[in-house]
Write a new protein. Sequence first.
Length: 532
Amino acid sequence: MSAADDERRRMRVLVLAPGGKDAALTRGVLDNAGIVSESVPDVPTLVRELHEGAGAVLLTEESLDGGYGNMLALEMVRQPPWSDLPVLVMTHQGADSPVAVQALQSLGNVTLVERPTRRSTLVSTVRSALRARHRQHQTRQYLHERERTAAALREADRRKDEFLATLAHELRNPLSPISNALEILRLSGNADAAARPVLDMMDRQVNHLVRLVDDLLDVSRITLGKMVLRRSPLAIADVIRSAVESSRPLIESRRHRLTTLIPAEPLVVDGDAVRLSQVFANLLNNAAKYTNEQGEIALDVRREGKDVVVSVRDNGLGIPPEMLSRVFEIFAQVDGLQGRAGGGLGIGLTLVRSLVGMHGGSVAVVSEGRGMGTEFVVRLPLSLAGEATPPPARQPAAGFAVAHRVLVVDDNVDAAESLGMVLDLLGAEVRVVNSGPEALAAMPAYAPTVVVLDIGMPGMDGYEVARRIRADARNDDVTLIAMTGWGQDEDRRRTRAGGFDHHLIKPPDIVALQSVLASIDGRRRRRRPAHA
């Protein structure tokens, strides 16, 4: 059907008059006025034709006798939300006709046309109905366009979130060998005194990159609905101390003066220790970045009713009034301040708002304008659970409980080789391979006690390698450690289901890796083969 035929069908007038002469006369009037019309013999035919399209219905009150009015009324109820089909009822008695009254009540958009009717009146009434119908079609087109636009925006947003998650994952791969190389230089003890400040600088920057990657991944988790909080009663003082320790290198590098005021009263919140520490570390980092060197940063904690309130205040660059409502939007940047403050991705404050909201709290920002400093105020509900769970002590492992034979499997050669060198310096015996088939071939002769296995390898991924290792009874006492850029809860569940004993994130936290290896007791150590 051509576009012209489709338009003709959509805007035609369906004429129903029991007397053939009446229908012919009415159509003649409409045709002379340039209005497309078609006759139908009865209500059932009219209903079928309505499914093909119509601009209006013109019928006589006699055609609604015998229960046919109910059939047409049911069809009117079935119209889509945008549609309100005009129905013109020709009646001798006008509004005094019982049939006309019933039509007004049941058919919706009804106009009564008294008979006999002047031709000009009939044409004018039909044209008015068709204009209204045309506006309905315009509304439908607008709604369809809006829905298509909304669907496209949803799809673009989904692809953006997936891109952020993939980008964060891919960025971990080059960070792994860099982080490992720094650890090698430290453990080897070969760096002279002049090189140590450079190593410290590189370490700070790598850690900063890791935090940015983590922020990207966390944004994607929140927007995709995959962020899960591990709540427990927490002393807000412990959370603040952890955040300050995390932000101290940046604060000290810019020679700021940080003052903290934490009341002696134990203030306990029900929250995720890691995520709340991330909230306040991001606020402190934000203050450090957007405050000129040797600035002032103040962190105050107080109780207000059933809430704990944490304020992070600086005397830095400030925020223009027009930007205050946008600072929590993802990728938001304050015009004119990016370069002076060192830029950034504009995602830290988005995470702050999302994480605070997930804890049932709120965050607000106050600034009197450029050069007037900024204050962020976080409000969290106090816990009713009683005493806080003490933060876990985390000390670097001095060595391994047993002398492990470690097989490192990673298609990223630099990451694999550098991790192998770190493990060697820590006292392990190490072999490095770069594919799943190589790992399976090495298992019988090398007989490792531990396999550190990358997941996202081409050809044969880490899950398949783990499945084949676990299928061989000779490997029952081998510990499998997943080393991957994916660290969401479902990723950890999948590695557990795939036969892995531990799940570590790239770039590897050497202290965490040491702790895992030190926890593996001698009963899981394989016998060293005589031919190895």
